[in-house]
Design a protein around this ligand. Structure first.
Ligand SMILES: Nc1ncnc2c1ncn2[C@@H]1O[C@H](COP(=O)(O)OP(=O)(O)OP(=O)(O)O)[C@@H](O)[C@H]1O
Ligand SMILES: [Mg+2]
Length: 233
């Protein structure tokens, strides 16, 4: 099995070596659970190891995103094969389609072209919620079924950032994404005692993988992400 590494220290072992290449992986979590930082850093580490990646940002513009990632310790972002697509820019290039707001279609065409042209190994979309807010989904389940089918057909491993409410338990996507995705990484803030909060991650599912399913504490230390076994109190 050809697997791609997350480069999160300790986590690839928990994933039986990594994520099966070509998978569509949901990165779910509530606000501020480092969905962007984690996903971007997975692409960054793989690009440093020789891959090519496309990060599609629908919410943060390229400058803000890169500034935040530099602050996180990711260096040389302008000199590596990690391309950030600032969706504000495509919107200007597709003015005629802006009215129909068929963003699922616009992005699909764009991704198809770019993955074929530039041979991207990784694609990330940040976030699905933002994509939905720019799309008119006539039949969400059907439309997303086809969109996920398209992503799975690509020669790239895909990460889709999914925003879920902190309060709601169990929902990891808005429609049927949980069932359409090949893998789900779930990020969640846990209250520790009365005053502290700990960020934890767990692999909810990963097709074709005998993965660990429990919670790990996720920390960013010394310029990289790492996990430690979360101990319940
Ligand atoms: N080294 C670090 N260790 C722990 N937390 C950090 C570190 N650096 C930044 N953060 C925190 O990470 C959070 C933001 O991470 P990020 O933007 O990736 O989250 P997100 O889940 O994408 O958020 P949003 O819901 O706004 O998209 C901020 O609250 C920031 O303070
Ligand atoms: Mg984010």
């Amino acid at each position: 099995m050809d697997r791609v590494k997350t480069h999160v220290l300790g986590f690839d072992e928990a994933l039986d070596g990594g994520i099966p290449r070509g998978s569509v992986v949901l990165v779910s979590g509530s606000a501020g659970t480092m969905k962007t930082a984690l996903t971007f850093s997975i692409l960054y580490e793989n690009v440093k190891a020789g891959s090519k990646a496309l990060y599609i940002s629908l919410e943060e513009n390229e400058e803000d995103l890169k500034a935040a990632m530099s602050q996180l310790g990711l260096e040389g972002l302008d000199d590596i094969e990690l391309y950030v697509l600032d969706v504000g820019k495509i919107r200007l290039e597709h003015k005629e389609e802006e009215l129909s707001k068929n963003w699922l279609d616009i992005l699909q065409k764009y991704i198809e072209q770019r993955v074929r042209m530039n041979a991207f190994d990784f694609v990330a979309i940040d976030s699905l919620a933002a994509l939905y807010s720019l799309s008119t989904l006539g039949h969400p389940r059907r439309d997303l079924f086809h969109f996920f089918g398209f992503l799975k057909g690509l020669d790239a491993t895909t990460f889709l950032i999914s925003e879920v409410p902190a309060s709601e338990n169990g929902r990891l996507g808005r429609y049927e994404e949980e069932f359409l995705a090949d893998g789900i990484l779930y990020l969640k803030h846990f209250e520790k005692g009365e005053t502290d909060v700990q960020l934890r991650m767990r692999c909810v599912k990963m097709r074709r993988t005998r993965h660990e399913a429990g919670w790990f504490a996720l920390i960013r230390d010394g310029g990289r992400f790492q996990i430690t076994r979360a101990i319940s109190e």
